[in-house]
Write a protein that binds this ligand. Structure first.
Ligand code: BES
Ligand code: MN
Ligand code: ZN
Length: 466
C-alpha cells in the first residue's frame, strides 16, 4: 500500500472519498451535507461513519463521511484513531483506491494520519493458505509530504516488530533474532554462549540452560558524527517463556511467544534508524533465549552470579526476564552511554495494575521518565509511572545470596523494577513494563488483536526529538 500526496483528492478516480465531519458542523462535500447531515441527521460523533453512493456523477464511486467528534477535543491522536476506523471500513468494502479529504485539518497532523493508515492496514496472515483480498492499494491525500514520510517509517518499524512478536516461537528463535539483527546493516556483534560465559553473564545463561536452542546476546550499534547523546535500548528477548521448572499453567503459556516483544521493538527501531539519521548514538541490546524446563534447566534454590558480581537466589524460575535483563543492563552500563531504556514484558502484576491501556514506567531519573511519557503520549502510547519505594525490595531479600529473583505477590511490578535497579550503575535509566500492552487479546483503537509493536512509537518519538 502506498500513500500519494496530491493537490486535490476530489478530482482523483477512487473507490471511496472520505470526508471528515466535526460534530455539529458541515463537511466539504455537498452530497454528504445534503443526505447525511440534513436528511439523515448524521451527527459526526467520533468514529461514526456514513456511506453514500455517487452513481457515476463524481470521480469517486462512494463517499464515506467520517465523524471526528467535537472540534475542541480534536488532536493528532484522535485523527490517527479515526483514520484507522475509516481504513477498516474501506477494507470491509474491499476498496482498493481511497481518497482522503483532510479539509480543515492542520498539515502537521500528517504524521499521525500516515500512522493511522499503515497501522490499520496491518494483518498477520502469512500462515493462512487463503488470504482475504481486502488490501488497500492506494491512498490519496492532500497533506504534508514530510509528515507522511515520517509516519510511514514509524509504522514500518511497528510492522517489523509486530511481525516478529506474532511469529511462532518455533521460528522466532534466539538464532533467528540474531540473524535478523545481522541483516539490518548496522555495526552488530553477536555473542554466543561461550563468550557470554567469559563475560560473566551467569544470570542470563542460567535461564537459557533448559532449552535446546542456544542463547544469543545481540548488540547493534547506530552512530553518527559527534552524537549529541548516547542511548542504549534493551529489549527483553524471551523467545518463549514456559515458566521453566516452575512451569506455567496452559492458559498462561498460550501467548508466551510474545515474551520477546521488547526485543521485537528494539529490532523494529534499529531496522529504521538509519533512514532517520538522528544525531544520537543508539545501541540496541537483546539477551535472547528461551525459558524451558529441559533436563539441564536452572532450578529453584540455585544461586547465580550476574555480570556485576551480584549473587541471586532463584526463588521462581518463571521470574526469568529480570535475570536476562540483569546481565544486559550491566553490559549496557559498561558502554558508558548517557541513558539506558529497557522494554520488557516483565510482570503479570503490571498487567493487573494497568490492563492493556498503559505500560508501567519506572527508573532513577524523573526527567527521563517524563520525557518518555510525553513522547509516548504524543504518538498514541500511554505510560504510567509506578513507584520504586525501597519497601518493595523487602521480599526479595535472601538469607544466602545478595537477593532473590522473586518474592511477595503484591506490588510485583515495582519489586521487579527494584531488582533491575541493582544492575544499573552510574547512568540515567528507565524501565518500561509492556506486559499488558505488547499483545492484545482483542482490538484496541487502531490496533487489531495480537502483537501491538508496543514501545516502538515511544522509543522512536524520544530518539527523534533529541
Ligand atoms: N513473561 C512473564 C510476564 C507476563 C505475564 C508477560 C503475562 C505478559 C503477560 C514473566 O516472565 C513472568 O512470568 N512473570 C511472573 C513473575 C513472578 C514469578 C514473580 C509473573 O508476573 O507472574
Ligand atoms: Mn516468566
Ligand atoms: Zn517472561
Amino acid at each position: 500500500m502506498e500513500i500519494k500526496v496530491v493537490e486535490n483528492v476530489k478530482t482523483i478516480e477512487s473507490d471511496i472519498l472520505i470526508v471528515n465531519l466535526f460534530e455539529g458542523e458541515k463537511t466539504s462535500n455537498d452530497l454528504a451535507n445534503e443526505y447525511a447531515i440534513t436528511q439523515d441527521n448524521f451527527k459526526g460523533k467520533f468514529g461514526e461513519t456514513y456511506l453514500l453512493q455517487t452513481y457515476g456523477k463524481e470521480p469517486f464511486r462512494k463517499v464515506l463521511v467520517l465523524g471526528l467528534g467535537k472540534k475542541e477535543e480534536f488532536c493528532p491522536n484522535k485523527l490517527r484513531e479515526a483514520v484507522a476506523k475509516a481504513v477498516k471500513k474501506c477494507m470491509q468494502m474491499e476498496a482498493k483506491r481511497i481518497a482522503f479529504s483532510l479539509d480543515g485539518i492542520e498539515f502537521d497532523y500528517s504524521e499521525q494520519f500516515a500512522m493511522g493508515i499503515y497501522i490499520a492496514d496491518y494483518k498477520f496472515d502469512k500462515y493462512k493458505s487463503e488470504k482475504k483480498n481486502n488490501k488497500i492499494q492506494e491512498v490519496y491525500v492532500q497533506a504534508g509530504e514530510e509528515g507522511i514520510k515520517k509516519g510511514e517509517k514509524i509504522a514500518a518499524a511497528m510492522t517489523f516488530a509486530r511481525n516478529l512478536a506474532n511469529e511462532p516461537a518455533q521460528f522466532a528463535t534466539p538464532s533467528e533474532l540474531a540473524s535478523i539483527a545481522l541483516d539490518l546493516g548496522l555495526e552488530t556483534k553477536i555473542y554466543d554462549k561461550d563468550e557470554c560465559e567469559k563475560m560473566g553473564m551467569g544470570a542470563f545463561l542460567a535461564v537459557a540452560r533448559g532449552s535446546a536452542k542456544p542463547p544469543k546476546f545481540i548488540h547493534m550499534k547506530y552512530t553518527c558524527e559527534n552524537p549529541k547523546k548516547r542511548i542504549a535500548i534493551i529489549g527483553k528477548g524471551l523467545c518463549f517463556d514456559s515458566g521453566g521448572l516452575d512451569i506455567k499453567p496452559a492458559s498462561s503459556m498460550l501467548t508466551m511467544r510474545d515474551d520477546m516483544s521488547g526485543a521485537a521493538a528494539v529490532l523494529g527501531v534499529m531496522s529504521i534508524i538509519k533512514e532517520f539519521n538522528p544525531q544520537v548514538e543508539v545501541h540496541g541490546i537483546i539477551a535472547a533465549c528461551e525459558n524451558m524446563p529441559g533436563c539441564d534447566a536452572y532450578k529453584p534454590g540455585d544461586i547465580l552470579t550476574a555480570k556485576n558480581g551480584k549473587t541471586i537466589e532463584v526463588d521462581n524460575t518463571d521470574a526469568e526476564g529480570r535475570l536476562t535483563l540483569a546481565d544486559a543492563l550491566c553490559y549496557a552500563c559498561e558502554l558508558g552511554v548517557d541513558e539506558v531504556i529497557d522494554l520488557a514484558t516483565l510482570t503479570g502484576a503490571c498487567m493487573v495494575a494497568l490492563g492493556s491501556c498503559a505500560a508501567g514506567i519506572m527508573g532513577n531519573d524523573d526527567e527521563l521518565i517524563k520525557r518518555l511519557i510525553d513522547a509516548g503520549a504524543r504518538n498514541g502510547e500511554r505510560m504510567w509511572q509506578l513507584p520504586m519505594w525501597e519497601e518493595y525490595f523487602e521480599s526479595l531479600k535472601s538469607e544466602i545470596a545478595d537477593m532473590k529473583n522473586s518474592g511477595a505477590r503484591w506490588g510485583g511490578a515495582s519489586a521487579a523494577g527494584l531488582f533491575l535497579q541493582k544492575f544499573v550503575k552510574d547512568v540515567k535509566w528507565a524501565h518500561i513494563d509492556i506486559a499488558g500492552t505488547a499483545f492484545l487479546d482483542k482490538p484496541q483503537k487502531e490496533l487489531i488483536s495480537g502483537a501491538s509493536g508496543a514501545g516502538v512509537r515511544t522509543l522512536l518519538g524520544y530518539i527523534l526529538e533529541q
